[in-house]
Design a protein around this ligand. Structure first.
Ligand code: ADP
Ligand code: MG
Length: 408
């Protein structure tokens, strides 16, 4: 169509910058909560620079440039608008999209992703936009499915599977969840409960059920949520709506030609990126977290060698399989998804976890991770095509037939 023609033309005129806008890397600075520590404050400079963090320290000092730098004045709505709004819209149009929050514990990952009742974060704001898009697109019909998993100690837990964790925090009899790969779906977790949702309220309720399961589990192990990766996935299927009577609500006359377009929005709240604490139990947990996050770092670092390669196949040597997290993110990191990474830091802090002696180091590590992500991740994300019908199998069609008219 016209859009595609324009898209091609833009790609040509933009030359190599097809990646532009497909990978967005941002840094958000959390407001200081402790008493002022003048020394630390002078080490960092963010105010008034919307794309830059300056570190005045001796090691690693210099300017760090990103797509966005949010300071303590920027609220969740502003962060969402600049980091995820466009990505969410493009997921509705058929692209895969991945948003993840990376940073030390206590720097605002969950605050940014979930937000609060008065200041909703990326997840609830994305949900609002998803349903707005559906309302504004009457010529297509949609099916939405949501899943919610957690990776904890290199084990995948289904946060929607019901009483996953029983009283006393003991794991229930959940079937082992494995990662599989096929050419259509890429890497996916199975068996994983997927809920079909038809309204924003319903979708929010499903996700808060998952949050609840995560919190219950967390009472047993101190601050488990800071040690696990939480992954919300919303699968969007859509197809052209038959013209005529079906628009008026007559289900019987809707005989739809063409395939089903399938895309996935992944919203990920990563475990804290700081090194594991020193006591023994935590070290077991921490080593797994480090394994996932270290592998993530290695993959993102290793992607640099692929920049000149045209096909994603060149990164077969990267250690995606070394951790569950990188395996699950493989598609996104190797280029078939739009990506937005929100790195959270807290500077000038004392009287908090962030005030430890390693704090400046950890903050620098976060900034360096963000820089590598910005430099190395290349996205060749393509819009799913109706006629190719990536996931347009009979099952999808039957579900769409059943649910399409009920979406609100
Ligand atoms: P993380 O998920 O990275 O461990 P949280 O999101 O739980 O960190 O944030 C830790 C605390 O700081 C929470 O009480 C949260 O409400 C608060 N907080 C984090 N970022 C901000 C922010 N930008 N503005 C106001 N409060 C914040
Ligand atoms: Mg958190």
């Amino acid at each position: 169509g016209d859009d595609e023609a324009r898209g091609r033309k833009n790609n040509k005129t933009d030359g190599e910058s097809t990646n532009k806008g497909n990978v967005v890397v941002s840094v958000r600075v959390r407001p200081d909560v402790g008493p002022k520590d003048g020394q630390q404050d002078r080490d960092w400079d963010v105010n008034g620079k919307r794309h830059m963090v300056t570190y005045h320290g001796r090691d690693g000092g210099g300017d760090y440039i990103y797509d966005n730098v949010f300071d303590t004045q920027d609220n969740n709505a502003r962060v969402y608008d600049a980091t995820a709004k466009r990505l969410v819209r493009r997921v509705m149009e058929g692209y895969h999209g991945t948003v993840f929050a990376y940073g030390m514990t206590g720097t605002g990952k969950t605050f940014s992703m979930q937000g609060t009742a008065t200041s909703p974060g990326v997840i609830p704001l994305a949900i609002t936009d998803i349903f707005s898009y559906i309302r504004e697109t009457p010529y297509r019909e949609f099916l939405l499915r949501v899943s919610y998993l957690e990776i904890y100690n290199e084990k995948i837990n289904d946060l929607l599977a019901g009483p996953v964790i029983g009283m006393g925090g003991q794991p229930g009899p959940q079937e082992e969840i494995k990662l599989r790969e096929d050419s259509k779906r890429g890497v996916y977790a199975t068996p994983l409960k997927e809920e079909i949702v038809q309204s924003p309220t319903q979708l929010l309720r499903v996700i808060s059920r998952g949050d609840q399961a995560r919190r219950v589990a967390g009472t047993q192990f101190n601050s488990r949520s800071s040690r696990s990766h939480a992954v919300v996935q919303i699968v969007v299927e859509s197809r052209e709506r038959a013209p005529g009577p079906s628009l008026a609500g007559d289900k019987r006359s809707a005989i739809i030609p063409g395939g089903v377009r399938v895309s996935t929005l992944s919203l990920i709240d990563l475990a804290g990126s700081e090194k594991a604490a020193d006591d023994k139990e935590r070290r077991t947990e921490g080593s797994h977290i480090n394994k996932s996050l270290l592998t993530l770092g290695a993959v993102v670092g290793g992607l640099a060698g692929n920049k000149t390669g045209k096909d994603g196949k060149k990164d077969n040597h990267l250690p995606y399989r070394d951790s569950k997290l990188t395996r699950l993110l493989q598609g996104a990191l190797s280029g078939n998804s739009l990506v937005s990474i929100l790195c959270t830091i807290q500077i000038g802090a004392s009287g908090s976890v962030a005030a430890s002696s390693n704090h400046a180091n950890e903050t620098l590590n976060t900034l360096k991770f963000a820089s590598r992500a910005k430099n190395n991740i290349v996205s060749h994300a393509k819009k799913a095509d109706d006629s190719l019908g990536a996931g347009g199998d009979a099952g999808s069609r039957a579900l769409l037939d059943r649910y399409r008219l009920e979406i609100q």
